[in-house]
Design a protein around this ligand. Structure first.
Ligand code: TRP
Length: 463
């Protein structure tokens, strides 16, 4: 997908020796691969459930449109104008705009957030591998006995050895691709396997419609009940919007560095956001009918899909086959996302003289693995240790997703909206009409920062 020659790009912005996506489609695939992942299928349903449904979904959608989309465009823009790792692109563009080089610390923060997210993300991706492996075994087993969903999940979590095994497998896979450069393998995975995951989700939605609990699901997801909303809910919705679109930690910025000149940033960002939101909503429509049909609790937490989906696979014809396909494809979706969580740190380290791409990838992989052990142990031997009611994994997830992503996004937005030279921004968004450009700029300069600020205050209980 990244070729070192550069067929699609126009004039000489090749100075950094950076590779280039081979086409607009290649970039859309990579960015969609980054956006669509566990965030849509694992996190969206369980966070929605914890926050009471409809009103949460509505606020999430507003955040996507008002904050997410303008920021998505901004990250692509900075990457493409800077043509380096996020840290160095930010420094370069700040200098070119006669601003302080210290803007690069937004990139440093981003790389650190990526590391934190990737740790628990890899553990959960490991769960999907474990489930895929289980169903694979079932396909070949002579006597199939129905899986006990609750027991299976609890059993997995209780075993640090199994969790570490699958965590290690997933981290190794991610390091492997990143070390090779984000290339052909990724393109194929996204072009073929993601549509398969999409088709499978549609099938699950069909199954949900047939279950008789679809009506209830639709009203659960789309009838807002604002009595369930407080500052904390809005913070969760905003965090989920950032998480799902891969925003706030410069991951999309890192991919933006490889975007050819002739790509229309506004339209491309729209396509990515639409695909991402569509998959999340579909996942909700697939999972909640099962929850209601089996009288399960919506407050299941991070285990939600791992406990509910097996009920459906138990009942379905060819359920083991579908179970295998589903968890395998979900692991692939997680994998194409994990790569973008590593890319900012790896790209930066590879630009320094001390690292090659391979040693940079391994370094980031090892650091991720070590931090992930904290999440693994918080599922079992450390489950007693909590801070403010959250165990280690929940704390890392909360701090990185709900607090640091919006903060990182805010900083990126302020940089692009207030510090970056207007000439650079307008040139990157040359396809926008003047009105579109003004709307984008207004959302970025005023709406985003004010919303993030207000949500933080209200979640902290100040207002
Ligand atoms: N968006 C991905 C998902 O929904 C996860 C992800 C990839 C991410 N890159 C990111 C989240 C950067 C936050 C920031 O699964």
């Amino acid at each position: 997908m990244l070729s070192s020659e550069n067929p699609a790009s126009g004039s000489g912005d090749q100075g950094s020796g950076h590779g280039m996506w081979s086409s607009r489609m290649a970039f859309i695939l990579a960015a969609t691969g980054s956006a669509v992942g566990l965030g849509n299928i694992w996190r969206f349903p369980y966070v929605t459930a914890e926050n009471g449904g409809g009103a949460f979904v509505l606020i999430y959608l507003v955040c996507i449109l008002a904050i997410g989309l303008p920021l998505l465009m901004s990250e692509i823009l900075v990457g493409r104008a800077g043509r380096h790792s996020p840290i160095n692109s930010l420094r370069l563009l700040a200098e070119r705009s006669q601003r302080t080089w210290r803007w690069m610390f937004v990139g440093v923060l981003g790389a650190l957030i990526g590391w934190m997210i990737l740790s628990f993300y890899s553990m959960v991706a490991g769960w999907t591998l474990a489930y895929g492996w289980h169903y694979l075994g079932e396909i070949f087993a002579s006597s199939t006995e129905a899986l006990d969903p609750q027991g299976k999940f609890e059993g997995l979590l209780a075993s640090p050895g199994a969790l570490i095994f699958w965590l290690t497998a997933f981290v190794s896979l991610s390091v492997g691709v990143v070390a090779l450069g984000v290339e052909k393998g990724l393109e194929r995975a996204v072009r073929i396997l993601m549509p398969m995951l999409f088709a499978l989700l549609l099938l699950m939605v069909g199954y949900g419609i047939a279950s008789g609990f679809f009506q209830q699901t639709i009203s659960y997801l789309f009838t807002p009940d604002f009595s369930k909303v407080d500052g904390g809910t809005i913070l969760e919705a905003m965090g989920q919007a950032f998480f799902s679109l891969s925003l706030g930690m410069t991951g999309i910025m890192a991919y933006g560095a490889y975007v050819p000149r002739n790509v229309n940033i506004g339209r491309t960002a729209g396509v990515i956001a639409l695909a991402d939101t569509g998959v999340a909503v579909l996942a909700g429509m697939a999972i909640f009918p099962i929850v209601f049909a089996h009288g399960l609790s919506t407050g299941e937490g991070p285990g939600l899909i791992f406990v509910t989906l097996p009920y459906a696979f138990n009942d379905m014809a060819f359920g083991t086959l579908f179970g295998f396909a589903f968890f395998l494809l979900l692991a692939v979706a997680a994998w194409t996302s994990a790569i973008s969580l590593m890319e900012p740190a790896v790209a930066y380290l590879s630009e320094t003289k001390r690292f090659t791409r391979v040693s940079a990838s391994i370094t980031v992989g090892v650091a991720t693995w070590v931090l992930a052990l904290g999440s693994v142990f918080s599922m079992n031997i450390w489950s007693e240790y909590t801070f403010a009611g959250r165990n280690f994994q929940e704390l890392i997830e909360y701090i990185s997703s709900n607090l640091l992503l919006p903060l990182g996004g805010l900083a990126t937005g302020v940089f692009v909206g207030w510090a970056l030279s207007r000439v650079i921004a307008r040139e990157q968004l040359s396809e926008l009409s003047d009105t579109q450009y003004q709307v984008w700029r207004f959302l970025l300069r005023y709406v985003g920062p004010v919303l993030v600020f207000v949500v933080f205050l209200s979640a902290a209980g100040v207002i």
